[in-house]
Design a protein around this ligand. Sequence first.
Ligand code: S3P
Length: 423
Amino acid sequence: MAPKVRRVGGVVRPPGDKSISHRAVMLAALARGKSELLGLLTGDDVKSTARVLRQLGVDISAIRDRATVRITGSRLTAPGARLNCGNSGTTARLMLGVLAGQKFAATLTGDVSLRRRPMRRVTEPLKQMGADIKEGGDGLPLTIRGGKLRGLRYSSPVASAQVKSAILFAGLTGQVPVTITEPYRSRDHTERLFAHLGLGIHERDGAISYQPSAVSIPSFTVTVPGDISSAAFMVAAAVLADGGELLVENVGVNPTRTGILVVLERMGAPVERINLRDAGGEPVADLLVRPAGLKGTEVTAAEIPTLVDEVPVLAVLASRARGSTVFRDVGELRVKESNRLELVAANLRAVGAKAEARGNDLYVEGGDAPPKGRVETAQDHRLAMAFAVLGRVEGADVKLSERKSVAISYPGFFDDLRKTGAR
Ligand code: S3P
């Protein structure tokens, strides 16, 4: 466990954005010619996307720290074996969209956690477009045979960037028009990358449309910004300290992802964004974070899509705040890498805090007793990281059931967490 810190200090740089990394690798695989990707996440999830695309005949150089990843796009070819998406929901769901436009059959599977996650939210609209999908239930494994698709207008019942992106990728590979509406705007990285590459993407009154054109996807060079979902853990560690300040460099601050900063400000911890710039159509900034006394808040249903992966760490912060916090309408957390809704509450209780899931809402009571107890991460990277941060507060004694899962999205997490302690 990283040492307890009263003062934070120094500079950390979170790894590349997971969502953007997946999309950039997929688009480079579909593009004509050689693309170069910089700043890509080297976590296991992105390696799953690369592995699956290599099985489909794409040439992708090794994904290593600080390496430029070179991808030579080509026509995808039928795989010789099942496509194993590992732990990655984004790989499975977005690849279903990519495969919907291919004239061959492919079977997708994944690890125990991924095989439990719902796929019908994506297979339903893809079937409406004409993809032939054989599924045993609402999950993996399943077999998709793409081919000639028809256009689709789809009103998604969930605000999910994975659903939206799968449909956009199907429109792209099947060369058919698609229009999607969603209850709340989910992260828009696919739309931004499409626009960056000059692909026909438009938004009108909240509806996202892709219109195919005769031009093929051009190869490209892109620099992936740091992941705000990973930065969130460093920000939280700094907020919980007693003094000092931490600079978190090179963080993507796309407004569909910055809900955590909005909520932190409301809780009494404003985070300064400095050195604002652009990387491949995405806004990027450095974050300057100072410790703060927190107060509880209500996180609304409309805010959830902008911070959906940050609920575990925000709940941890809420357990150290004055007063109570409620997260409205977070039922989606039940179908993430683990049942995060129940596990966040159960683990907070396991370390002595008050928390409970009531219907689709999550309630957390703030307090200042040192957290002590054993946390079951269920191999979920974001639970492991959120509770590792809690384990750093004064007097804490928090034992994690495992630490390896952090490699999914933040391989250097424990080193970075250690680095935030002021010397
Ligand atoms: C992601 C979208 C979100 C998020 C996941 C990554 C993406 O899932 O939780 O970690 O890259 O599109 P949903 O779209 O299912 O909400």
